[in-house]
Write a protein that binds this ligand. Structure first.
Ligand code: GUN
Length: 292
């Protein structure tokens, strides 16, 4: 029997992929070229390689084309800026991402702010962040957009709700807080972080608790209100004695909180698939603008 407590991100992402694939097919039928997403990957960080591979596979699954620009770990800032300049000016590329983190000798912000805003499908440039802040059309960052879409499509209303966001990163915590407080989402938002005092008292007030802190199984049952909706953005590989040698957990202790929540996103299969499909959504938007 289906467990209606579980917010199935994988299923929702599949539905969105079908919608996107239909739009791509319609473009091809009109004789237009497929949307093209490029990725820049510097170095050999295992997680980054996995993410970029998943993004390429997702592109193929909806009929989009993709390319990956791989640079060695020891590349200089100038090397990366050269690729960024090339991608900014290549009309065949609708949008691209620079996979983070970059090696520590490269100024990440300098690279990100060199991306042409009209190709910034990650929504990381100041231009897109500014538009998001004032509620104007823009490329919204993939994970926050994915979270809002997942809540919407799972019939979780945010209007007037108290949303507590744990974590204030530029990629998730900060933008999701802004987006949820804007007109349309209309939530009351509290942001918690590593210096927050009386954390439990605050998280226990949440109608919707969004956890993006990068700490395995940090959130326990005593931090969650009865009937709360919990969104777990974390993803961690924990070594074990299983055949695979590891298992995956989130930032939330799923088993501990399960009885208390009204709904929860699992890890894996919750927010993760939504992030990738959101990037496809932005790439489709970029391609539609370019083919007008
Ligand atoms: N590293 C972790 N998440 C992301 C993301 O959403 N975009 C990019 N470019 N890098 C990441």
């Amino acid at each position: 029997m289906a467990d209606n407590k579980i917010i199935d991100g994988k299923l929702v992402a599949e539905t969105m992929k079908k919608e996107i694939a239909a739009e791509v097919a319609a473009m091809l039928d009109k004789g237009l070229s497929a949307p093209h997403l490029a990725a820049v990957l510097v170095g050999d960080d295992g997680a980054s390689i996995t993410y970029v591979n998943s993004k390429e596979k997702a592109c193929r699954s909806v009929g989009m084309t993709s390319s990956v620009y791989r640079l060695p770990e020891k590349s200089t800032e100038e090397d990366v800026l050269k690729i960024v300049d090339f991608l900014n000016n290549d009309d065949e590329i609708d949008g691209y991402i620079v996979q983070l983190p970059l090696p520590s000798h490269i100024n990440e912000n300098k690279i990100i702010q060199s991306i042409k805003p009209t190709k910034d499908v990650d929504g990381f440039t100041l231009h897109n962040i500014g538009l998001m802040q004032i509620g104007e059309p823009c490329y919204l960052p993939a994970t926050p957009f994915g979270i809002l879409e997942l809540l919407k499509r799972s019939n979780v209303k945010t209007e007037g709700k108290h949303v507590v966001v744990m974590g204030r990163s530029n990629i998730v915590g900060t933008p999701v807080s802004v987006m949820l407080s804007r007109k349309g989402a209309d939530a009351t938002v509290t942001i918690c972080h590593s210096k927050t005092q009386n954390l439990k008292e605050i998280t226990r007030q949440a109608d919707i608790l969004i956890v993006a802190i990068g700490q395995p199984e940090f959130v326990k049952a005593d931090m969650v209100k009865d009937g709360a909706v919990v969104v777990d953005v974390g993803i961690h590989r924990i070594k074990d004695n299983s055949e695979k040698g590891y298992h995956i957990v989130g930032d939330v202790d799923y088993k501990d909180v399960y009885e208390k929540v009204s709904k929860i996103t699992p890890v894996p299969g919750g927010v993760g698939p939504m992030t990738i499909v959101s990037l496809l959504h932005n790439t489709l938007l970029a391609a539609k603008k370019n083919r007008k």
